[in-house]
Design a protein around this ligand. Structure first.
Ligand SMILES: [Cu+2]
Length: 126
C-alpha cells in the first residue's frame, strides 16, 4: 500500500469512526424525543377523550357573575378522587348564577378531565 492509499484509508476510517460516534448519541436522543412527544400526544388525546362527570356538594363562598365563575367550599368528590377544598370553577352558560348567593348550600355537577372541570348544574342541597 503506498502512502496516498494509506492516507485515504485512514481518512475513511477516521470519518467512519467520527460519524459512528456522532450518529449514535444523536439518533438515540432523537428517538427518545419522539417517544416523549408520542407519550405527550397520547396523554393529551386520552385527556380530551376521557370526560368525567361527578356530583358534589358544597357551600358557595363567592360568585363571579362577570366571568361566570363560582367558588365552592366543597366536600370530597370520590368520582374524580378529590379531597374537600375551596376552589373556583367555570360555570356552563346554561346555569343562571343570578338565582344563587354566597352562603347557599348546594349540590352541583361537574364535567371535565384532568384538573379542568366546569360546573354543569347547581341545585339547592336538601
Ligand atoms: Cu376542588
Amino acid at each position: 500500500m503506498d502512502d496516498a492509499h494509506y492516507t485515504t484509508l485512514r481518512a475513511v476510517l477516521a470519518s467512519a469512526l467520527i460519524s459512528v460516534t456522532l450518529t449514535l448519541p444523536v439518533s438515540g436522543a432523537l428517538a427518545q424525543m419522539s417517544d416523549m412527544k408520542k407519550m405527550m400526544n397520547d396523554s393529551k388525546m386520552s385527556d380530551t377523550k376521557k370526560t368525567t362527570t361527578a356530583d358534589a356538594t358544597g357551600t358557595i363562598t363567592a360568585l363571579n357573575a362577570a366571568n361566570h365563575k363560582i367558588t365552592f367550599d366543597h366536600g370530597p368528590i370520590p368520582a374524580i378522587d378529590w379531597p374537600a377544598m375551596k376552589m373556583e370553577f367555570a360555570v356552563a352558560p346554561s346555569v343562571d348564577l343570578a338565582k344563587l348567593k354566597t352562603g347557599d348550600k348546594v349540590k352541583f355537577t361537574l364535567s371535565g378531565s384532568g384538573s379542568t372541570y366546569t360546573v354543569q348544574s347547581i341545585s339547592p342541597a336538601p
